[in-house]
Write a protein of this length. Structure first.
Length: 482
């Protein structure tokens, strides 16, 4: 799966609200190298909650639009694409705003505290049953998803950027990323398993609002967990004198243009995002119209994927330490590529064989979850070392812009591809359409993952080089403050 994050006066829709938060600056702390168990658990809980939102939209939303709301697959794919690209465009702005934020809670944590409830409400509205048809229905679907994506960015981007403010140690970040993904996979497993079952359960007495009630319940749980994440995290690295609060956009863009490791990591994750979207968006269609199984089978597979990836966290963390993040990335994707190509070669498989192959692919893809979210903070230091500009909020915002643009384009491709193969909702598919669904879940992700491997071959920011960069940055600061 995808991988796949104020004081009371703050209003996230108002750029000037950052100034209102500047009244109480956090105290300067001398950060120790090691993080405590509380910090690990607190940070992990954040992504546990975010996957209550992310996974349903990645796996079930397109099919909800086509098979429940009755939108055409073209329109559904384009709506998701527009909203994901919008989400990505908002991300850098949110990152800059968060970097400029000052409060007694730090730069990034306040957004979790004050954004959790609006996030839950906006998510539920995406699945609210409405009596609209045709153009009005398209407008409603677009508007509600745009609202959700905006609020999601306002909470998730500061969460992701917070890692760079929790520790500067590369391996501690790798461990933190591993814990984050462990919790993320746990959240994915729970929501993947229960979503179709909740819809079926609510559908007995409330068939028209089953999806809405399911979304409301899931988002309520996620809100509580985000509050716990806020309470368990701490921004221990204070870069007030070197942060991007007073850095203009042009210096940050110039820093990014020279940050080759960032460009490479962004391209690699974008290509992986295409592969992941092709798999997740097509799985529900493949299960129902090729295997001829009900939605609970999709739920079983979706919940199995993160469980496998949870078990893969420790092995891939170990591999990353032994062979480096780059080669762990490549090795994991090669395992996933072989798995989907075997599925393609068999053409028709039973449920057991599909489960095994999807599980092997999930094991391989776990290497991306472990390594990507520790690679990005490393590129923050690389950019600072090269240009003197430190802008973790902007970097995380920009990388998610690239990632979500890729996801949006992939969703639009899936929607148009379904039309091209002759897919018709809620009825038996032609042989050509079934063959097309097989290609969508195998050939498309294999090609995209192979391209991601090709990009990462050229990635050179290893642990030893990163440690030297961090040392040189520290020496510069000592000279500057002497």
């Amino acid at each position: 799966m995808d991988l796949f994050r104020p004081s009371p006066s703050v209003h996230l829709s108002n750029p000037g609200s950052a100034n209102a938060m500047n009244q109480t600056a956090p105290a300067v702390k001398a950060p120790s190298t090691r993080l405590s168990l509380k910090h690990y658990l607190g940070y992990g809980l954040g992504d546990f909650a975010f996957n209550f939102y992310w996974l349903p939209l990645q796996v079930f939303l397109l099919k909800y639009y086509t098979d429940v709301l009755g939108l055409s697959s073209d329109a559904a794919g384009l709506i998701v694409m527009i909203c994901l690209i919008w989400d990505g465009l908002v991300d850098p702005y949110v990152g800059i705003l968060a970097s400029r934020t000052r409060s007694r809670f730090g730069r990034y944590r306040p957004y979790m505290l004050y954004g959790s409830v609006p996030l839950a409400i906006s998510f539920s509205l995406v699945f609210l049953p409405v009596p609209f048809e045709q153009t009005a229905l398209i407008v409603y679907a677009l508007a509600t998803q745009l609202l959700f994506r905006s609020v999601y960015a306002a909470v998730n981007i500061p969460y992701g950027a917070m890692m760079a403010s929790m520790t500067r140690d590369s391996m501690e970040r790798n461990n933190l990323a591993g814990v984050r993904m462990l919790f993320a996979f746990g959240g994915s497993a729970i929501v993947g398993y229960f979503t179709p079952r909740l819809v079926a359960w609510f559908g007995v007495d409330h068939p028209d609002s089953a999806h809405f009630l399911s979304a409301a319940l899931l988002s309520s749980i996620a809100t509580i967990v985000l509050f716990l994440s806020f309470a368990g995290t701490e921004e221990r690295v204070d870069d007030d004198a070197h942060a991007s609060s007073n850095v203009k956009l042009w210096p940050m863009l110039k820093m990014i243009s020279r940050n080759v490791p960032f460009m490479q990591a962004s391209a690699a994750i974008a290509l992986f995002g295409v592969a992941s979207t092709a798999t997740s968006a097509s799985l529900a269609y493949y299960v129902e119209y090729v295997l001829h199984k009900d939605a609970t089978v999709t739920g079983n597979l979706i919940s199995m994927i993160p469980l496998v990836q949870m078990l893969a966290i420790l092995p891939w963390t170990w591999f990353s330490r032994r062979i480096g993040k780059r080669w762990a990335w490549i090795l994991g994707l090669l395992i996933a590529i072989v798995s989907v190509l075997v599925l393609f070669a068999w053409k028709t498989v039973d449920q057991t064989a599909l489960t095994i192959l999807i599980g092997l692919s999930a094991f391989g893809c776990a290497s991306i979850a472990v390594n990507f979210w520790s690679i990005v903070p490393d590129t923050v230091e690389y950019g600072e070392w090269q240009s003197g500009v430190r802008a973790e909020g902007f970097v995380f915002g920009l990388v998610t812009l690239i990632q979500k643009t890729a996801l949006g384009l992939a969703n639009a491709f899936v929607g148009m591809y379904l039309t091209w193969i002759g897919y018709v909702p809620n009825q038996a598919q032609t042989e050509e359409a079934q063959r097309g669904l097989l290609h969508l879940i195998t050939v498309v992700p294999a090609v995209a993952m192979l391209a991601s491997c090709a990009v990462m071959i050229f990635y050179r920011l290893n642990t030893k080089r990163h440690a030297e960069i961090v040392r040189q940055i520290a020496e510069r600061r000592q000279v500057a403050t002497a």
